[in-house]
Design a protein around this ligand. Structure first.
Ligand code: FAD
Length: 384
């Protein structure tokens, strides 16, 4: 039997790729290996699951068995890939077995950045980047009244807004002067903060968390200002690191993420990467739309088409904060221009405009989110 295409990772990147590949090649041997249960779920739903009354169990849309049947694939769940031998095209698995491959795809995702915190409960700070993390987080909410969310970026703000659905008071500790500092200009950040504050989120800005200590059944979080928050649970949402250890150990080229070209090929001709672990020509975009585009291109490459190249259109991101509807299309890193902001009572529209008048990015809040399609059409592609 021919050595299979092997995908490591059963997240949205791995499963979307498998689906796209099966549209082009229904029968070539396909193996998916994951160090989790490999159930299919939509990760973005983790940060609005409470409002939707979802649990870790009900978020799983399809079991690994069902996915294996649908994809005509072998799925090896609860199996960690611990090494890649590029020369002999073999994977070393945690159960001691070896798995040969014709082509290998790394879809191994990212892991939460861990803050260096003092205190005797620093190890009990939670992060949610996986359905199993969500199960632990949900469990810790039983009876909780106050929660500290460290990090006021997209994930931190979404969780804070979602906690309101459970009548839990979130305190968001953010180092910047406004929430979503990487996505919104200052006035839009203030507008956003005002709406979430009105709904019950407290923001502590220009502040970092220093230590987390046990205090009875809960925790004390000491802030850089000296303030101490007494809470029932601490959630950290300060960013993600692409999982690059496997690629690095195998000798593949790694920058921030696993470096790939526009065919999603790493520095080895038979190894590819996509999703949160990968960066395409130095662009690292840990969102769903980019990985779906990447999956379509890579499926064609794996099916034998050699004249394809990944292109990214503009891909605005919806921030799932019902207290303030928000859509952002941040300008490319290092883009030159300035924010131009228009405000109405129920809307804020911010355009990031280059010197030549070209729209390079936007942030739409409240009723301005209606402008999404019109403005998206005016943006340059992220990768032409
Ligand atoms: P993952 O889902 O992390 O999958 C990685 C897989 O690899 C897992 O199955 C893991 O078990 C497996 N794995 C890792 N290492 C190994 C190994 N050595 N051996 C075997 N298996 C291994 N994006 C949006 O566009 N819109 C949103 O609204 C949005 N909301 C989000 C909300 C939250 C709370 C979070 C955390 C993210 C959100 N994102 C959103 C980002 C988006 O969900 C991710 O970009 C996407 O899910 C990443 O998918 P992935 O398959 O690359 O990684």
């Amino acid at each position: 039997m021919a050595s299979p295409v092997v995908i490591i990772g059963a997240g949205l990147a791995g499963y979307n790729l498998a689906r796209e590949f099966r549209k082009l090649d229904p029968t070539f041997p396909l193996v998916i290996i994951a160090n989790d249960k490999a159930g299919f779920y939509s990760k973005p739903m983790l940060s609005n699951a409470l409002a939707g009354k979802k649990t870790a169990e009900t978020l799983v849309m399809k079991s690994a068995e069902k996915m294996a049947e649908e994809l005509n694939a072998i799925i090896r769940a609860d199996t960690e890939v611990v090494g890649v031998d590029l020369a002999s095209k073999l994977l070393l698995l945690s159960d001691g077995q070896a798995q040969p491959y014709r082509d290998l795809v790394l879809a191994v995702g990212a892991q939460p950045v861990r803050l260096r915190l003092g205190g005797d409960a620093a190890d009990e700070v939670l992060s949610v980047n996986h359905i199993e993390d969500f199960a632990v987080f949900a469990q810790s909410l039983e009876g909780a009244k106050r929660i500290a969310v460290i990090g006021g970026g997209l994930i931190g703000c979404e969780f804070a807004n979602d906690l309101l659905a459970r009548e839990i008071a979130p305190v968001v500790v953010e180092a910047g002067a406004w929430p979503l500092p990487g996505l919104l200009p200052d006035v839009a950040g203030a507008w956003f903060a005002a709406r979430l504050t009105q709904s019950g989120v407290r923001f502590v800005l220009n502040t970092t968390a220093k230590a987390v200590d046990k205090a009875g059944a809960g925790y004390k979080v000491t802030l850089s200002t000296g303030e101490v928050l007494e809470v029932d649970c601490v959630l950290s949402a300060v960013g993600l690191h692409p999982n690059t250890a496997l690629a690095e150990a195998a000798g593949l080229h790694v920058n921030k993420g696993v470096a790939v070209d526009r065919q999603l090929r790493t520095s080895n001709p038979n190894v590819f990467a996509l999703g949160d672990c990968a960066e395409v020509e130095t662009i690292h975009l840990p969102y769903v739309m980019p990985l779906m585009h990447a999956a379509r291109t890579l499926a064609q490459v794996l099916a034998g088409k050699d004249d394809v190249a990944l292109a990214y259109p503009a891909m605005p991101v919806l921030v799932k904060t019902p207290s303030c509807a928000t859509i952002v299309a941040p300008p490319a890193h290092g883009a030159l221009g300035e924010w131009q902001v228009q405000t109405a009572e129920d809307a804020m529209e911010a355009h990031f405009v280059g010197a030549d008048g070209q729209l390079l990015g936007f942030a739409l809040l409240g009723a301005a989110t209606k402008q999404r399609q019109i403005l998206s059409a005016k943006l340059p592609p992220v990768l032409a």
